[in-house]
Ligand binder design. Structure first.
Ligand code: 3PG
Length: 307
């Protein structure tokens, strides 16, 4: 019987797991669950006899792919697939997919929430500020960026965007002021919300040079990946510019040092919370299950990322 493994170090909401189970079992497949594991070897062992794998940010390494003797498909229930070793998947003929857009709303809401939290001095007593009337820069106008832009406008922000991969007319139609360079975005905006993926081109791409261009009192909000930040550059700019703030959903490796050196100006969620809503878990988890059924039954390769 076709076996589908859901391996989530950070489990989906129960209701999402029930939905995944229904889709998998209705298709005549068997569901295997590996939740809250802490040892990566547990995933290596669990994948040994399964045909399909659903993960979140769980690392699907070459070791995992090679251990999956029957593995045909891996679906990252979410947007960013930097946790999948695509070369290893391709080498073994394993189809890798993501579920774009399914958890975007949850991440976008968190980005706006973090802007307000920073504007109100981490909810500590004292006078804060409002986000209405401020300039919001969207760095990458994908599924999440688009929603942050929409909500930012709803809050009365003036929204700018930079995304060389999106047609300017599409962004302008949404009422966004499109800027032609990343430098222009950072130098114009009071808040920059980061939505770039982590890849060889973007890793450590946000650092001292860009951040030092930000206007007085500006805040960088990162709901993307910690790897896109050059942490040495971030530390340097926060030390020089005592007005700048950094809020992130993906704790920097040097987070403890940042909090100690720059109290009140740095915030990180305790564990990546962007997609931690029942709605996002249901949307992404069920989409992943449906994509697996469609692939195994009909060879449907929609959303394949290792073409
Ligand atoms: C994504 O890329 O979809 C988000 O970062 C969510 O990741 P998570 O499923 O690990 O919370």
């Amino acid at each position: 019987m076709t076996k589908v493994l859901v391996a989530t170090e950070k489990p989906f909401a129960k209701v999402a797991v029930e939905g995944i189970r229904k889709i998998v079992e209705d298709a005549g497949f068997e569901l295997v669950l590996l939740e809250k594991y802490t040892d990566p070897n547990d995933l290596v062992k669990a994948v040994a006899d399964v045909d399909a794998l659903i993960v979140r940010s769980d690392k699907v390494t070459k070791e995992v792919v090679d251990a999956g003797k029957n593995l045909k498909i891996v679906v990252r229930a979410g947007a960013g697939y930097d946790n999948l070793d695509l070369a290893a998947c391709t080498a073994k003929g394993v189809v890798a997919m993501n579920t774009p857009g399914q958890n975007s709303n949850a991440v976008a809401e968190l980005a706006i929430g973090m802007m307000i939290y920073m504007a109100r001095n981490l909810f500590q007593p004292g006078t804060g500020s409002e986000i209405a009337g401020k300039k919001l820069g969207i760095h990458a106008y994908g599924n999440v960026g688009k929603l942050v832009a929409k909500y930012g406008k709803g809050f009365g922000m003036e929204v700018y965007a930079f995304d060389p991969f999106v047609d300017k007319a599409v962004m302008e139609k949404d009422g966004i002021k499109v800027v032609d360079s990343i430098e222009m975005l950072y130098s114009s905006c009071d808040y920059v919300s980061l939505h770039i993926p982590a890849n060889d081109k973007t890793k450590k791409s946000i650092g001292y040079d860009l951040l030092s261009k930000m206007p007085k009192g500006a805040t960088l909000v990162n709901t993307a990946r910690k790897e896109v930040i050059d942490e040495e550059g971030l530390k340097k700019v926060l030390a020089e510019r005592t007005d700048l703030k950094y809020a992130t959903d993906i704790m920097a490796d040097c987070h403890a040092e940042l909090v100690e050196k720059f109290p009140g100006r740095v915030f990180a969620t305790p564990k990546k919370m962007g997609a931690e809503t029942a709605e996002a878990n249901i949307n992404a988890g069920l989409a992943a299950a449906r994509q697996i059924v469609a692939f195994i039954k009909n060879g449907d390769k929609n959303f394949q990322v290792n073409k």
